[in-house]
Design a protein around this ligand. Structure first.
Ligand code: F6R
Length: 610
């Protein structure tokens, strides 16, 4: 799960390659590396750690590269060491190769090559690709590459250079995205795992399909089929403004993105609420009203935080639009019998639009003739190309690995979608106007939650000493609890488990004790009293309780050790203020524990392997 960038140009490409890799670091930041060709040598530089290290050392690197391939790694096979960092070289040191994906049969190929006396240096699956290409190489690099790739089982996007071919990069892909681009004005050829790394450029761009292979030289790009026939690929214009990554004075991107939410939530609904709060419409939406009216089921697939948005949408669509919804973890959905037909709708939710599990599940669903609606934040993503229709959540670039504003924008869009579907289905007693007016009040309520930061900071100091937490809620607040527990785990490395509060007595309550605090979400009118009873059961077991609620009561103050009071909204929207409060809590606890908040250990912003 890594990022690949490469280019050929008339000028020295080293700096451009580093800049490209920086924009791909969201795909992994365990190590980085660049290989290139000088007039007479192969240049190779790799290191564990983040690409910023290379920038620091750049002043000492005096080298002119007319072409380069680079890589930023999220370790799958082998520890994040210098040796395991890409690019990898063959035993003759003639080829350097970078890879994104996983080779499932690497062990078998490795054993075969070892039996031919080929010596391996790394623990990676990638090294078998480069060694296999050299093994097959007999004066025709593209044929040898194709022969080697045909032996691989798994997924890959690769790029390679050879010391005897000073003007060419070979690239290929299978189930891993790879964009190929030409900058005609600058006579520059580029490749990237994600076209967003081309931001600020004016290009013609195409994407490699499975098993295609590209031969990129300083003069032209030839793309061949699996049988090495030259293809006539269509290129599209890509002209996108550079997005500057800027913390705007905040200590971390995460905090900046938390504070953007009054605006990003507004952007998610802006222009989509029409006729004085009577109607919802989405731009460029191409699923027919007739089809939506007669839907059987909806399957929503996603991973991680986006899965929590899917679960919220399940509760909401069932409540408002009276349609049966299955919220599915994408990686699990692919492993079971799919009972989906062309009368159903599949919705894929993804911030990045590049998550491998979500993409693979989406591709699988295509075989069942079901329409796929993608809910995406990032434009130009693979998911937007796979879907029948899409709705952008418009949260803007999210740099912190820990998702905050993208989540609340996904929630906002799914809220609009549920209302849209309910009105198409002409559901009785649907108060569209009230639901939409309440949504419009949310940005100012989020501003009020953000003003609670000083109180939350003090509570974070108190609770940061604990090593395990329960997060509890019911109904929509169960989803808030799941998301809050994930935030805490990923940035503070504290074990946190979320449960529907009613489930606790069926096992987990055995863990309740004075060093196992409970964070309870009570901003759901419908489940308030039941939550209080559950909290009584916990109090009887001496667990510290921090309640996050919007309704004041003597009961809650008697039961909980601490209470954060949030602005009140309707149950259907209560997840928004609750999530923002829990994002702040996770942030300040992580800060107390001095973790790497924006780039937590072992994670990557975009998970591009299964
Ligand atoms: C957690 C987080 C992840 C992502 C998940 C899916 O803060 O960000 O759990 O939500 O990896 O990513 P997308 O939404 O890009 O498909």
């Amino acid at each position: 799960m890594c990022g690949i960038f490469g280019l050929i140009s008339k000028k020295n490409v080293l700096k451009s390659c580093i800049n490209g890799l920086k924009l791909l670091e969201y795909r992994g930041y365990d190590s980085f590396g660049i290989a290139g060709l000088t007039k007479d040598n192969m240049f190779l530089y790799k290191k564990p750690g983040k690409i910023s290290l290379l920038e620091e050392n750049l002043k000492n690197i005096k080298v002119h590269l007319s072409l380069a391939i680079g890589h930023t790694r999220w370790a799958t096979h082998g520890k994040p060491t210098k040796l395991n960092a890409h690019p990898h070289m063959d035993h003759k040191s003639s080829i350097a190769l970078v890879h994104n994906g996983i080779i499932e049969n690497f062990d078998e190929i490795k054993k075969m090559l070892i039996s031919k006396n080929i010596h391996f240096q790394t623990d990676t699956d990638t090294e078998v690709i480069v060694q296999l290409i050299t093994y097959y190489y007999k004066n025709d690099l593209i044929k040898a590459t194709k022969k080697a790739l045909n032996k691989l089982i798994g997924s890959y996007a690769i790029a390679l250079i050879h010391k005897d071919y000073p003007n060419q990069i070979i690239a290929s892909s299978k189930e891993s995205p790879l964009a190929i681009a030409i900058d005609e004005k600058k006579d520059e050829m580029l490749i990237s795992s994600d076209p967003n790394a081309f931001l600020g450029k004016d290009l013609n761009i195409t994407f490699l399909s499975n098993n295609e292979i590209a031969l990129i030289t300083n003069k032209k790009i030839n793309i061949y089929s699996n049988t090495l026939n030259l293809l006539n690929k269509k290129y599209e214009r890509f002209n996108s403004k550079k997005i500057s990554a800027n913390k705007n004075g905040y200590e971390h991107y995460m905090l900046k993105e938390i504070y953007e939410q009054p605006i990003t939530i507004q952007k998610a609904y802006f222009g989509r609420i029409l006729d004085f709060n009577k109607k919802v419409e989405f731009e460029d939406f191409n699923l027919s009203k007739n089809y939506l009216q007669n839907l059987n089921h909806i399957f929503i697939l996603a991973c991680g935080t986006s899965y929590h948005a899917a679960l919220y949408a399940k509760y909401l669509i069932e409540d408002l639009a009276k349609t049966h919804v299955f919220a599915e973890i994408a990686s699990e959905m692919r492993m079971k019998e799919l009972l989906i037909t062309n009368k159903d709708l599949a919705i894929a939710i993804s911030q990045s639009g590049e998550t491998a599990d979500t993409l693979l599940a989406t591709k699988l669903i295509k075989n069942y003739d079901s329409n796929i609606l993608a809910i995406i934040n990032k434009t130009n993503s693979t998911l937007s190309r796979e879907a029948t229709s899409y709705i952008f959540v418009k949260a803007g670039p999210e740099f912190s690995v820990c998702s905050t504003k993208a989540f609340t924008s996904q929630i906002t869009v799914m809220y609009l979608f549920a209302i849209y579907l309910a009105s198409i289905k002409k559901i009785d007693k649907l108060n569209t106007s009230l639901l939409l007016k309440e949504l419009k009040k949310i940005p100012s309520k989020i501003k009020k939650v953000l003003k609670l930061a000083p109180q939350i900071k003090i509570l974070a100091k108190k609770y940061s000493k604990y090593e395990k937490f329960f997060f509890l809620g019911r109904n929509y607040m169960y989803v808030a609890a799941l998301e809050a527990a994930l935030k805490l785990k990923e940035i503070s490395y504290i074990n946190a488990n979320a449960y529907p509060a009613g489930e606790l007595k069926h096992g987990p309550l055995a863990l309740a004790c004075e060093d196992h605090p409970v964070i309870a979400f009570l901003s759901n009118e419908k489940t308030y009293d039941k939550m209080l009873s559950n909290l009584m059961e916990i109090k009887a077991r001496n667990a510290p309780i921090l309640a996050i609620a919007s309704k004041k009561s003597k009961a809650i103050e008697d039961i909980a050790d601490d209470v954060i009071y949030l602005p009140k909204t309707i149950d259907e929207l209560s997840i928004l203020p609750s999530s923002v409060a829990s994002q702040l809590l996770a942030y300040y606890i992580a800060k107390e524990r001095k973790t790497d908040i924006d780039q937590p250990r072992n994670l990557a912003k975009s998970v591009t392997v299964e």
